[in-house]
Design a protein around this ligand. Structure first.
Ligand SMILES: Cc1cc2nc3c(=O)[nH]c(=O)nc-3n(C[C@H](O)[C@H](O)[C@H](O)COP(=O)(O)OP(=O)(O)OC[C@H]3O[C@@H](n4cnc5c(N)ncnc54)[C@H](O)[C@@H]3O)c2cc1C
Length: 335
């Protein structure tokens, strides 16, 4: 289903933002990157503003092995991952193939396979709508957390990110202990007729990028083939006591030795929303044109209307609250 906005504005340089007649724009103003984390539920009465600033500048600090690159907010994030890998620079390789643009990476604190954007963001440049000035924001002030930042909470609507600086390194720092990356690398090596186990020293950002792309493509078809929201829900983080109750329920359902997938996050436990959705029988479930995708059961996909998606979302939320006492929160922002 198509939705319309009252006005669509695209800026290609910072000066365009400063020159905008803000008082003349239909309200509200929504800043959009690639739109991959937005679900438009109806026509939008205001202005959709796309920051299509696409410059790039790369600095080497030869005395250290650290380097940095500053990219306009409109650069496609995966183009950055591909470039860094091709240059042999470590940093974003585990974030390969995440849809969207550079600006949103700093809003969302995108993450995958044990790495988050905050681990490599060195600086953010933004236009402050409250003062009409451009500012440099220290990532330490952004209160980054799991898929969140101040840009999504108390700063919402205030800053328009125009550029992000990422920290990169020539020193190998592979992150392999998450989501089957190590296993995928050994399979990948085998398929290249190499030794089946690679030593960590022989790894390159390019090899890890290819392994990550392989894992992601095996889980979910390309968005161009099948429209998808990616991971629709955030993975809930719960107390250890609550987790023990979930383990008890899971063992009643699946047998006494059943192991519930989980990740330690400090004193708390992160449980994959996908696992709960699967356990509640929603794998493959449909509502109109929306579907929980069978291979990765957290994706609403297909030719869905917003109402189809929201209906399915509510069914999932209710079922999981009833069974596990957890309220799932959508990662996808509803507009
Ligand atoms: C198939 C699929 C797989 C995905 N996999 C992952 C994954 O593995 N990990 C992960 O973290 N996410 C994942 N996502 C979610 C999505 O890729 C990220 O949230 C991404 O950062 C969205 O980028 P975007 O440019 O499309 O942002 P949009 O969806 O356009 O916007 C996201 C938010 O950022 C704000 N924003 C965008 N640009 C700016 C700017 N320049 N200044 C200020 N605010 C701005 C918007 O207002 C909105 O609030 C996936 C999505 C899909 C569809």
């Amino acid at each position: 289903m198509r939705v319309k906005c009252a006005l669509f504005v695209e800026v290609t340089e910072e000066a365009d933002l400063a020159a905008l007649d803000w008082s003349a724009l239909p309200r509200p103003v929504l800043v959009m990157g690639g739109g991959s984390n937005l679900l438009f539920t109806k026509d939008f009465p205001g202005t959709v503003l796309h920051v299509a600033i696409c410059h790039s500048s790369h600095s080497c600090h030869s005395e250290r092995s650290e380097e940095s690159v500053t990219l306009g907010a409109g650069v496609v994030f995966d183009d950055f991952c591909a470039w860094a890998a091709s240059e042999g620079l470590w940093g974003p390789e585990n974030l390969s193939l995440i849809p969207g643009e550079v600006g949103a990476s700093a809003v969302q604190n995108i993450g995958a396979y044990g790495v988050e954007a905050k681990d490599i963001i060195a600086g953010i440049r933004a236009y402050d709508r409250t003062t009409g000035q451009f500012v440099d924001i220290d990532p330490a002030d952004c209160r980054y957390g799991y898929r969140t930042s101040r840009f999504k909470t108390e700063w919402k609507g205030r800053f328009i990110i125009t550029a992000v600086t990422y920290r990169l390194s020539r020193t190998p720092r592979p992150k392999l202990d998450y989501g089957g990356v190590r296993k995928a690398l050994s399979c990948h090596s085998a398929s290249l007729s190499c030794h089946s186990e690679r030593s960590e020293e022989s790894l390159t950002p390019q090899l890890i990028r290819e392994a990550i792309i392989g894992i992601r493509q095996a889980k979910l078809p390309a968005v161009e083939e099948l429209g998808s929201a990616g991971s629709f829900f955030c993975n809930p983080v719960i107390s250890r006591g609550h987790f023990e109750r979930i383990v008890a329920i899971a063992r009643e359902d699946n047998g006494p030795d059943y192991a519930v997938p989980h990740f330690e996050v400090g004193d708390s436990i992160k449980v994959p929303a996908a696992w709960m959705i699967d356990q509640c029988g929603f794998k493959g479930a449909r509502n109109g044109g929306a579907q929980v995708y069978p291979g990765q059961p957290v994706n609403a996909s297909g030719t869905a209307s917003p109402q189809d998606i929201i209906g399915l979302e509510n069914q999932v939320i209710q079922a999981i609250a009833q069974k596990y006492g957890i309220t799932l929160h959508p990662e996808v922002e509803h507009v």
